[in-house]
Ligand binder design. Structure first.
Ligand SMILES: C[S@@+](CC[C@H](N)C(=O)[O-])C[C@H]1O[C@@H](n2cnc3c(N)ncnc32)[C@H](O)[C@@H]1O
Length: 261
């Protein structure tokens, strides 16, 4: 809904890691790739903005980086603290970072800019707190638009649009616009890395059940009555088009952009 400024994840803290984790070998490929992209020497000082439960920052800290995390959700930070007690965190807004200029060698942003209406300010802040030559990294995550997951979510958005309702988070998904702003901020040497391209077994019933449990943040953005009504229509639509229990292998990919300040 249009008045949401930030999608804060307090309600997801209890199940985030169960629903968003990568398989262990993919998670460690991602840690290796980030480590390399940061040009990391042990003790490099790296900030993750929107750190959540520490899914990305925790393993990097275990590799010897001096990580720091900030998030607007105290509940997500509490889960992080349980898993990584020595990783320092602060309850803070990425659009107003409580750090001095040039304080970090690297800044990482994973799955956050679509959630933040002030994404331009967040980019400016990330660049401000990086030292000259420091690295700014933000994530790429994609799913096959023909996957059962994508088809169901697209159809759900159509049903909402018919009622004049948008379930779009308040931030940005357009990497070209992010690139333009970063270049205006003086970032250079853009590189794009795909780290993981993989498949996961999914059924339509699994996706519908997950939507109904409101696991994904786009389902938080509509009023309860509209949500229940559109989910009923979506389930009927899906039952006509899919064998709800047929297992498809949905393709997804994960990577990141790297810039030098
Ligand atoms: C999808 S989660 C990503 C967490 C982590 N980066 C990961 O990849 O697992 C997005 C996180 O951004 C946080 N967030 C949203 N708006 C924020 C803001 N303006 N400043 C700081 N954190 C914010 C949410 O509370 C949530 O923990």
């Amino acid at each position: 809904m249009s008045n949401v400024q930030n999608v804060v994840f307090d309600r997801a803290a209890g199940y985030y890691d169960q629903t968003r984790a990568l398989p262990p070998h993919e998670a460690s490929q991602l840690t290796d790739a980030l480590w390399e992209a940061l040009g990391a020497a042990p003790a490099s000082h790296v900030l993750e903005i929107g750190v959540g439960t520490g899914r990305i920052a925790g393993p990097l800290a275990q590799r010897g980086l001096s990580m720091m995390g900030i998030d607007l959700s105290g509940s997500m930070l509490a889960v992080l603290h349980e898993k990584f007690p020595s990783l320092p965190v602060a309850l803070a807004d990425m659009t107003r970072l409580p750090f001095a200029a040039a304080a970090f060698d690297g800044v990482i942003a994973f799955h956050v800019f679509h959630l933040v209406s002030g994404w331009r300010d967040a980019l400016a802040e990330a660049v401000r707190v990086l030292r000259p030559g420091g690295k700014f990294i933000y994530s790429i995550h994609g799913r096959d638009p023909n996957s059962v997951n994508s088809q169901l979510r697209t159809q759900w958005r159509r049903l909402l649009a018919d009622q004049g309702i948008k379930a779009e988070p308040p931030g940005i998904r357009d990497d070209a616009q992010v690139d333009q702003v970063l270049r205006q901020l003086g970032c250079r040497d853009h590189q794009q890395r795909e780290v993981i391209r993989s498949r996961e077994p999914v059924t339509a019933r699994f996706v519908l059940d997950a939507m109904e449990k409101r696991i994904w943040s786009d389902t938080w953005l509509v009023p309860d009555d509209v949500f229940a009504q559109t989910m009923g229509v979506l389930r009927a639509w899906a039952s006509e088009r899919f064998d709800l229990d047929q297992v498809d292998q949905d393709e997804y990919h994960v990577g990141f952009h790297v810039y030098t300040v």
